[in-house]
Every structure is written in C-alpha cells, then in structure tokens.
Design a protein around this ligand. Structure first.
Ligand SMILES: *Cc1c(COP(=O)(O)O)cnc(C)c1O
Length: 215
C-alpha cells in the first residue's frame, strides 16, 4: 500500500470509531522528504519528529515555504537543545521537568512568541522512563501554566510495553480532566484505536503510515 493509502486508511478507521476529532500526527522520524512530500501535497499539516537535529535538517526549508505545517517534537528534549527546538517546533509533547519549563518560558519572553505543550506523564510509573511522576503531575502542570504562563494544552503518555494500553490511557484522560486540559497525545501504530476510544485527540503514527523503520 502507498503512504497515502495507509494514511487514508487510518483516518477512516478513526472516524468510524465516532469518538470526536482526533488529529493524526504523521511521525516521519528516519524517513526522507521523498516519503513525506506526498502527505504535504494532499494538505496534511501535522508531522512529528524525535530529534531536534534531524528535524532541523529535514524541515527548515519546507517550513519556511509552508507556514501551515505544524511540527511536533515527540522525543526527549535536553535543556541544551531547547533553543534550537523552540525555533522549529510548534508543539512539544515531552515537557516533563522544571528546568526545561523555565528555559522554554524565557525563550518565549525573549522571542515574543508562544508555542504549545503537552506535559509528558510517566503513566506506568516506570523507572528509566521519561515523563513527570504521576503523583507530581498536577503540581507541575499548575506551575507551568500559572507561574511560567506556558500554553499547556494537554497530556502525553506512552504506556508500558507488553501491557494492554487501555487502563493507562484511561488514567491519563482522568488526570487531564482533573486539570481541565482538553488535549491528549496518546496512541501509536500498535494502540491508536484503544487511544482514540479513550479520548485521544492526537495520535502519533509512524510505521503504519510510512512503513517499517530500519534504523
Ligand atoms: C516513534 C514514535 C511514535 C510513532 O511510533 P510508531 O510505532 O512508528 O507508530 C510515536 N510516539 C513517539 C514518542 C515516538 O517516539
């Protein structure tokens, strides 16, 4: 199947679930522009990358020509890369610590420009996993919103491998509701249907659109 067919299949699958509006972020990490261009040509505007450097090399030219494209950062953001990331990404899905939040807040002030953030929550309470502790999340969200004035639009989570994702998606949705956050970045190629059923508003899909990644 072609990339466009794959993409349309996923869009139709999601709309057949009748769970409201869910945006598809086409996760183009490791894939070249040749594979990405067809989606841009049909008017798709949400794309995800994992690494600041790769994103910059791949996207800088396209972004300057096509202002409607939204680039989403899905990978861990090191503080020393925040400045570069701030230049090209419109959405950061991996905000999970105060140091990074403070840096982003001062970049916003210096540049008189605001972007959108998801707070990443370590929903399965895993050691060695990115995301803020579930128990600290509400306090962190409040700090980011009301002290730093960051535009926190929702929560992002990646459920533990090898478990059914549904209960984690539910838990994340509840936490978002408690904090009056509307958006949920949940679901990848293998679990996006469960995610949409549990209220996801942004699914992040790579393999199922672009094919297997070999790197
Ligand atoms: C790579 C990646 C995705 C996409 O994963 P697929 O299994 O290719 O759909 C989604 N979210 C994050 C955080 C990723 O790193």
């Amino acid at each position: 199947m072609s990339i466009i067919n794959n993409f349309n299949f996923i869009k139709e699958k999601i709309s057949s679930l009748n769970c409201g509006v869910t945006e598809v972020i086409a996760v183009s990490k490791t894939f070249s522009l040749v594979k990405i261009m067809p989606l841009i040509e049909i008017g798709h505007i949400h794309f995800g990358e994992n690494k600041v450097q790769e994103a910059k090399q791949k996207w800088s030219g396209i972004l300057s020509e096509n202002k409607s494209i939204n680039l989403h950062l899905l990978g861990k953001l090191q503080s020393n890369k925040a400045k570069e990331a701030f230049k090209i990404f419109n959405f950061i899905h991996t905000l999970d610590n105060c140091k990074l939040a403070k840096i982003l807040s001062s970049l916003e002030k210096d540049n008189v420009r605001k972007i959108n953030y998801f707070v990443q929550v370590n929903i399965g309470n895993e050691i060695q996993k990115n995301g803020i502790d579930y128990n600290l999340a509400t306090e962190f969200i409040k700090y980011c919103r009301f002290d730093l004035l960051l535009n926190i639009i929702g929560l992002m989570c990646i459920p533990p491998l090898g478990h059914s994702s549904s209960s984690y998606f539910k838990k994340c949705k509840e936490l978002a509701d408690l904090n009056n956050l509307k958006e949920l970045s949940m679901g990848m190629s293998n679990d996006y249907i469960e995610a949409v059923k549990n209220g996801s508003t942004f699914v992040r899909i790579g393999n199922s659109i672009f094919g297997e990644r070999f790197t």
